[in-house]
Design a protein around this ligand. Structure first.
Ligand code: NAD
Length: 422
């Protein structure tokens, strides 16, 4: 089949690589010239394990990138543009609108548009379809529409895309659902076909539930600290209950990234718009906002005043194995440290360049060892594997390790972590 993918970020590029690997002809469309050039040269514009190998295999063969909406031949056009938060927490629709208008202008009878971006329930039917109809002068039905949410985890995007837990297809016309189902069938994953609005809500509910689990673990961690019990021991026992599962029960510096914070905010905004006060979701964000501040509180409690202390923050990406710094807890940690007059040194294996653009006025180390060597305190914000290999006991000036992710276990140097009662 001929597939067009609009937006080549974490989701769009991975989707393009999936369909190229499955043998389809893929056209990847992005407004970003730099990304388009890189993709065509087989250079991955994002850090995502396994992506560059696949890109090298398919770029210039059955995968081509362009800035032009050359969608005339496409059987299915996937919309994968960003849907970030607006200032008030609601979903920003400008990228979606722009993509839908450009697709609509060239849309032909029989083509299928599948929305893969995470969009607030109602968006595909009340926002995207009207734009497509207006721009194309066709009626929905003449062109097909589906909503196909994406559940991949950054850092594991390729794995998750090729081995999904489920494929959700929201459809209005059966033909669109059938075509999408046939595209995904080689993955042998369970396929759930449903209404478009349900598919949209499944995505928000999944992310909100995972965010609730993390903030719940952090709530329990904060109680555990006060009664001298280790939350990780507690959650080990709790997670053995198959109704709960051990996943997403890790207390720590909180969740970041391009999805959980913005999707919970968008769901809150939707709930309020339809007349419901979503108290649980509001508290999930409040707890999440507190946790990185608590990391700094722990540093202060165990080191003393942080003025002029040299503090290295290890892990600037929102989590390991990605260069994505969107909503990373490292920003809050660094800002709290700077407020207290600390000298901050940042290090991340892949996200340093992105983080530096956001916060240029701290020092950056060229390796984890060098970051630790000059520090009085180390704060671990993202649990990259390479941090586990460091021998923290071998750095004479290091006085304290504050572990925001339960990554390491030094023997001699003072070690504190969230949810242990340190
Ligand atoms: P991203 O910001 O990494 O990529 C978006 C891309 O779209 C960018 O390359 C941008 O240049 C491009 N773009 C913007 N407007 C465009 C237009 N009009 N035409 C063509 N290209 C355009 O975003 P992402 O992380 O890939 O997320 C995309 C969507 O998928 C979002 O709705 C997000 O919530 C959802 N999602 C993301 C993840 C994730 O882990 N990143 C997981 C599941 C779902």
């Amino acid at each position: 089949m001929k597939i067009a993918v609009v937006g080549t970020g974490y989701v769009g590029l991975t989707t393009a690589l999936l369909f190229a690997e499955l043998g389809h002809d893929v056209l990847a469309i992005d407004v970003d010239e730099d990304k388009v050039e890189k993709i065509n040269k087989g250079i991955c514009p994002i850090y995502e394990p396994g992506a560059e190998e696949l890109l090298k295999k398919h770029a210039g063969k059955n995968l081509r990138a362009t800035r032009e909406y050359e969608i005339e031949d496409a059987d299915v056009i996937f919309i994968c543009v960003g849907t970030p938060s607006r200032e008030d927490g609601s979903m920003e629709t400008k990228y979606l609108e722009n993509a839908a208008r450009k697709i609509g202008k060239r849309l032909k009878n029989g083509q299928i548009v599948a929305v893969k971006s995470t969009v607030v329930p109602g968006t595909t039917e009340e926002f995207v379809i009207p734009i497509l109809e207006e721009e194309s002068s066709l009626k929905q039905g003449e062109f097909g529409v589906a909503m196909n949410p994406e559940f991949l985890r950054e850092g594991l995007a390729i794995h998750d895309t090729f081995h999904p837990d489920r494929i959700v297809i929201g459809e209005r016309d059966k033909r669109s659902g059938d075509v999408l189902e046939s595209l995904y069938r080689p993955l042998n994953a369970p396929i759930l076909r449903t209404q478009i609005k349900v598919a949209e809500m499944i995505k928000y509910t999944s992310n909100a539930f995972l965010a609730v689990k993390i903030s719940f673990a952090n709530e329990i961690a904060n109680i555990c600290e006060r009664i001298g019990v280790d939350v990780y021991e507690v959650m080990k026992g709790v997670g053995m209950d198959h109704r709960i599962s051990p996943h997403f029960l890790n207390a720590g510096a909180g969740f970041g990234g391009s999805c959980f914070p913005k999707d919970v905010k968008a769901l809150i905004s939707l709930a309020k718009r339809v007349g419901y006060e979503p108290r649980l979701l509001e508290d999930v964000l409040k707890i999440n906002d507190y946790m990185p501040r608590h990391v700094v509180e722990l540093a202060e409690k165990h080191y003393g005043p942080l003025k002029d202390a040299k503090v290295s923050v290890l892990g600037l990406a929102f989590k390991p194995n990605t260069d994505d710094i969107r909503e990373t807890r490292a920003v809050i940690i660094v800002e709290e440290l700077l407020k207290r007059g600390a000298r901050v040194i940042g290090y991340d294996p892949k996200a340093m360049e992105n983080f530096r653009k956001l916060i240029p006025h701290i020092e950056y180390a060229d390796s984890a060892e060098n970051a630790v060597r000059s520090a009085d305190i180390v704060i671990i914000q993202a649990d990259w594997e390479e941090f586990k290999k460091l021998d923290f006991d071998s750095f004479p000036s290091l006085k304290l390790v504050v572990d925001g992710r339960r990554t390491v276990s030094p023997k001699k140097v003072k070690y504190v972590a969230i949810g242990r009662g340190d």
